[in-house]
Design a protein. Structure first.
Length: 319
């Protein structure tokens, strides 16, 4: 695939940058706009406005990736209750709190579920993606839980609110006592073998742009054409930035499948990498009613095509 051509399609109008954007923006825009931003920021601090508006504001909103904070948009993830030791079986539970500190009970289904729970160890190993149950009386979400290995885990709650359809990703860290086997893989990993399936990922992540990624599934050297819908799509891809484990937006491309449809061996996704550097990707796909998870590691290059490995992202100049 030609990264340059894709970039040409997507680069215009896409928010680039991270820390660098703030300095550039405040120097390049009229003072009145800056004053407006400041006024809105102050108002939001007091919870008095939820105005949605300008392109500039959207750009700044996009500049910080999701999944880095326990609170966002007035919603907060309560402390997570879970087993503290490897092998102890129990329950993982939590609440989503609204701006008044009350448990949220009203959600909008997204990808067929009211809430998606992701857990992954800080080194990217031991990814889990499950769907807890909501107790509507208490507003408590829970799911049976057992940790396989010790370490520090990031837990993400990914949901859409019922009242205002806000898309929110909140996260907390959970420490687990027990044996720790570090994951050694460094560098790009574009193939994985899981449950007898060989899964590969093809495409180039580009910082600040939407990048097409193609997944191919084979078994015993033969293309797998019986990929089934899972959560309303032919596969569910989660991407995390290595280092801070920021949570990326990844969308399956093409029409949503109907129940009973199958596809394969290729599935296309569009991913937005906020910066250059390394990303961990996890694909859930379904064959014969069984869900399998393949894991990959990809490097995102700067928008000018240079490697992100040794550069300071804030110096990226592709605005
Ligand atoms: Cu899910």
């Amino acid at each position: 695939m030609n990264a340059g051509a894709r970039l040409g399609l997507y680069a215009a109008g896409v928010a680039v940058a991270f820390a660098g954007a703030f300095g550039v923006a405040s120097a390049a825009v009229p003072q009145s706009v800056v004053d407006d931003w400041n006024a809105r920021a102050a108002a939001e601090d007091h919870g008095t406005t939820e105005e949605h508006g300008s392109t500039e504001e959207d750009t700044m909103t996009q500049a910080v990736p999701a999944g880095l904070s326990l609170s966002s948009g007035g919603y907060e993830l309560s402390p997570v209750t879970a087993p503290v030791t490897v092998g102890e079986s129990g329950e993982l539970s939590f609440q989503i709190l609204d701006a008044d500190g009350e448990p949220l009970r009203d959600f909008t289904a997204s990808h067929e579920k009211d809430l998606h729970l992701i857990a992954v160890r800080s080194d990217g190993a031991l990814f889990e993606h499950v769907h807890p149950e909501l107790d509507h009386e208490t507003g408590t979400w829970s799911t049976p839980w057992q940790w396989q290995e010790g370490g520090s885990y990031r837990v993400y709650a990914d949901f859409v609110t019922g009242a205002d359809d806000a898309k929110v990703t909140l996260t907390r860290t959970v420490e687990v006592h027990g044996e720790y086997k570090p994951m050694h893989s460094m560098g790009e990993q574009t193939t994985d073998e899981v449950d007898g399936f060989d899964v590969s990922i093809d495409g180039q992540l580009v910082a600040g742009a939407t990048s097409d990624l193609t997944i191919t599934v084979t078994r015993d050297g033969q293309p797998v054409t019986e990929l089934e819908p899972y959560l309303g799509a032919f596969g569910h891809l989660v991407a995390l930035r290595s280092g801070d484990l920021a949570y990326l937006h990844v969308h399956a491309m093409g029409e949503d499948p109907e129940p009973g449809d199958t596809t394969g061996p290729e599935v296309m996704f569009a991913a937005e990498a906020p910066t250059a550097g390394q990303y961990l990707l996890y694909l859930d796909f379904q064959v014969d009613g069984q869900v399998h998870t393949a894991q990959f590691t990809l490097d995102a290059v700067h928008g000018d095509g240079t490697s992100g490995a040794t550069h300071d992202d804030a110096e990226s100049s592709d605005h």
